[in-house]
Design a binder for this molecule. Structure first.
Ligand SMILES: Cc1ncc(COP(=O)(O)O)c(C=O)c1O
Length: 371
């Protein structure tokens, strides 16, 4: 089972390990004081520790709806379902569509692939390039399947960013044939230059747009959301109720209070984008210096740099590196058929400069022993 190998990697991590494996935010950039202030206010009111409503507390749904309204993507609180991370959002949507066929990108996010398998969704992969999938191919396959799972902003694992014209093409196919797309967007705020318009905004009633506070604030809050048609949200809420009644009220109130002063979040996002851009530049220049054979495309946002190390089986390479306490995710983990791959996904947001140089040098040294 593929997940167990990534687990194996993540479980092997101790204090001495240099990890480029997980999709972890930089802990030094968590807005701890502001979250702490919000949390202490939450505990002033015992009602905040009571059971909450299943679809999410109203003021938080209003604030999430306003994220969309600000971008002129008309959204009401009734279009929002608060979920326990976007991971749960994906599970709920997969349950709603269980036993159907679904288009996925190849490579794709393993956490979603496993959910689709568990809900018996037949997956039809379409090759993903750095600028998105081939939209003509998409049109052909979508005509029959009418459901797709896409990560258009700084995709996990490949870091791809869909061009605006591809986004419009995909929306046009959906309008032409009916059906839905699931647009997973946990990295959409982590752009370096400018935010792209979501595909969902062109097709508000035929899309599930997933958001999350995991990559922007803290994954430990476990709060994400689904934006969809109001009637569908009602059905998804029924599925959610069977899973956990509601997402953590404490986390929702913390977020609601934190977001009361909207400039706090906006300033934090600005800082994050700047810091991650610097980290990406630091990581990619270290790659050019330490691991010159690694062929990659410079990311335009997000958390990952993806590329290939020609002539290597990166699964074999990571096994050797694990023994020297450096880890990354080999490309074969992201393909349905588990093929031999020379690709690697590196996370660049988590490690320090010293760890990056040391870690990449270790990988380069080990790769030379495999030649
Ligand atoms: C593409 C994608 N979707 C969803 C998730 C799940 O995020 P969370 O449940 O923390 O919101 C992740 C996490 O890495 C991801 O990369």
């Amino acid at each position: 089972m593929k997940r167990s190998f990534i687990r194996e990697i993540l479980e092997s991590i101790d204090n001495e390990t240099i990890s480029f494996a997980g999709g972890l935010p930089d802990e030094n950039l968590f807005p701890i004081q502001d979250l702490q202030k919000a949390a202490s206010k939450v505990f002033e009111n015992p009602k905040n520790l009571q059971y909450a409503i299943s679809n999410g507390i109203v003021p938080l749904r209003e604030k999430i709806a306003n994220f969309y309204n600000k971008e002129r993507f008309f959204t009401k609180p009734e279009n929002i379902l608060v979920t326990t991370g976007s991971q749960q959002g994906l599970f709920i949507i997969a349950k709603y569509f269980q036993n159907k066929q679904i288009i996925i990108e190849e490579p794709s996010y393993l956490g979603a692939v496993n959910i689709f398998k568990m809900n018996n969704l037949g997956m039809q992969p379409i090759y993903l390039d750095h600028g998105g999938i081939d939209t003509q191919k998409f049109d052909e396959v979508y005509q029959k399947i009418k459901l797709a799972y896409l990560i258009p902003d700084f995709q996990n694992p490949k870091g791809s960013l869909y061009s605006d014209s591809k986004r419009k093409d995909i929306a046009n196919s959906v309008l032409k044939y009916g059906g839905y797309i699931i647009e997973d967007a946990p990295y959409s705020e982590l752009y370096f230059d400018q935010k792209s318009q979501s595909i969902s905004s062109y097709i508000p009633d035929n899309s599930f747009h997933l958001g999350s506070f995991s990559k922007t604030l803290s994954p430990s809050l476990r709060i994400g959301w689904i934006r969809a048609n109001e009637e569908i949200i009602k059905q998804l809420t029924m599925i959610k109720e069977t899973i956990d009644l509601h997402s953590s009220g404490i986390s929702q109130y913390i977020l609601d209070i934190y977001l009361d002063d909207n400039s706090l979040f906006e300033n934090h996002l600005d800082q994050l984008r700047k810091a991650y851009k610097e980290k990406m530049e630091m990581f990619t220049s270290a790659l050019k210096q330490e691991l010159q054979e690694f062929d990659f495309v410079m990311p335009k946002g997000g958390m990952f740099v993806f590329g290939s190390l020609k002539g290597f089986d990166t699964m074999e390479l990571v096994r050797k590196c694990m023994k020297e306490k450096v880890v990354f995710v080999p490309g074969n983990q992201f393909f349905l058929d588990g093929r031999i791959s020379d690709e690697i996904r590196f996370n660049y947001t988590y490690s320090t400069k010293e760890q990056v140089s040391k870690g990449l040098r270790t990988i380069a040294d080990i790769s030379r022993t495999l030649k």
